[in-house]
Write a protein that binds this ligand. Structure first.
Ligand code: NAD
Ligand code: UDP
Length: 314
């Protein structure tokens, strides 16, 4: 049995990871300040004898004897990370320093949940890990993109300077149950709008693309990354290479929900990346042939059913 700390564990991805690691017989400490996460995501775990919930802000240091740390604490949707940009960058940078300091002290392995946003509005397509990115350092997305880039630097430097055992993953757009219905991400927005019969809001012409990964595939990749050979640090892309325009996504959601919602077009936010698709060759090679198993329609059906239940309860 390993003792595992998951920062941001009450969020969307973190709650799935907590559950999976508990089910595999580990002891899990979930640390979260509930900014975008929610107790309801982990409420079913609270009675588990090997689960512990700690309300804590990762910009402050935290101490616990653990074997592994998954660092997920950070608001992830543009609406939430732009709400208080200074706090967002503090969460990424001070949060990284705090988990790395803890890992150094207790000799834990530590995994950083980085993001495809480090590639910015990419000029190389699809994006391999060797691409350095095309990021605006002073735009409205910078607090997130640059915070995550600085966190990657800190992870590499703590490894090189202090020999901390690190792993870095770059997560591409991920969706599934436990997404926050009001955080403005495209999959949750479209599903909630379709289920409520409201207009589906496409930003811009809807021809921008994203590649959507179902959360279970991501969690499998994260666990394989943590368990990978010590010399493999990453960064490694984890995403589903199947790429869709936002128009295609909207049409799929309308069809699968049977909704009568209309599509409307709103202004495209500043610095919105035009295209995004992971090159996952490195993950396949280093993570025992890892690749996404759940394709968009199947994942959307499960996610729609989750939001359907959630909206019934409200
Ligand atoms: P989320 O917002 O659901 O989860 C983030 C969690 O971190 C929330 O529970 C929130 O309350 C917590 N948190 C935020 N600031 C904190 C702080 N200062 N101290 C303690 N807790 C704090 O988002 P998610 O989609 O689950 O993302 C998890 C991680 O994965 C994030 O680091 C995100 O950047 C990264 N990521 C996610 C995606 C995606 O598509 N879901 C893509 C790329 C990267
Ligand atoms: N988007 C949209 N309608 C919405 C929410 C988002 O058309 O209601 C677009 C957004 O402009 C972007 C894409 O969907 O081009 C993905 O947005 P999201 O915020 O989910 O993720 P990110 O931009 O961080 O990849």
């Amino acid at each position: 049995m390993k003792k595992i700390l998951i920062t941001g564990g009450a969020g969307f991805v973190g709650s799935h990871l907590c559950k999976r690691l508990l089910n595999e017989g580990n002891e899990v400490i979930c640390l979260d300040n509930y900014f975008t996460g929610a107790k309801k995501n982990i409420v079913e775990l609270l009675d588990h004898p090997y689960f512990e919930m700690v309300r804590h802000d990762i910009t402050e240091s935290y101490y616990a004897e653990v074997d592994e740390i998954y660092n997920l604490a950070c608001p992830a949707s543009p609406v939430h990370y732009q709400y208080n940009p200074i706090k967002t960058i503090k969460t990424s940078v001070l949060g990284a320093i705090n988990v790395l300091g803890l890992a150094k002290r207790v000799k834990a392995k530590v995994l950083q949940a980085s993001t495809s946003e480090v590639y910015g509005d990419p000029l190389v397509h699809p994006q391999p890990e060797s691409y350095w990115g095309h990021v605006n350092p002073i735009g409205i997305r910078s607090c997130y993109d640059e915070g995550k880039r600085c966190a990657e630097t800190l992870f590499m430097d703590y490894h090189n300077q202090n020999n901390v055992a690190i792993k870095i993953i770059r997560i591409f757009n991920t969706y599934g149950p436990n997404m926050n219905p009001v955080d403005g991400r495209v999959v949750s927005n479209f599903i909630v709008q379709a289920l409520q019969g409201k207009d589906i809001t496409i930003f811009g012409d809807g021809l921008q693309t994203r590649s959507f990964q179902y959360v279970d595939d991501l969690v499998e990749g994260m666990i394989r990354m943590m368990g990978s050979e010590a010399s493999f640090l990453g960064p490694v892309n984890l995403g589903n290479p199947n790429e869709f325009t936002m128009l295609e996504l909207a049409q799929a959601v309308i069809e699968l929900t049977g909704s009568k919602s209309k599509i409307i077009h709103l202004a495209l936010p500043q610095d919105d990346p035009k295209q995004r698709q992971p090159d996952i060759s490195l993950a396949k090679e280093k993570l025992e042939g890892w690749e996404p198993k759940i394709q968009l329609r199947e994942g959307l059906i499960t996610t729609i059913s989750y939001f359907d239940q959630l909206l019934l309860k409200q």
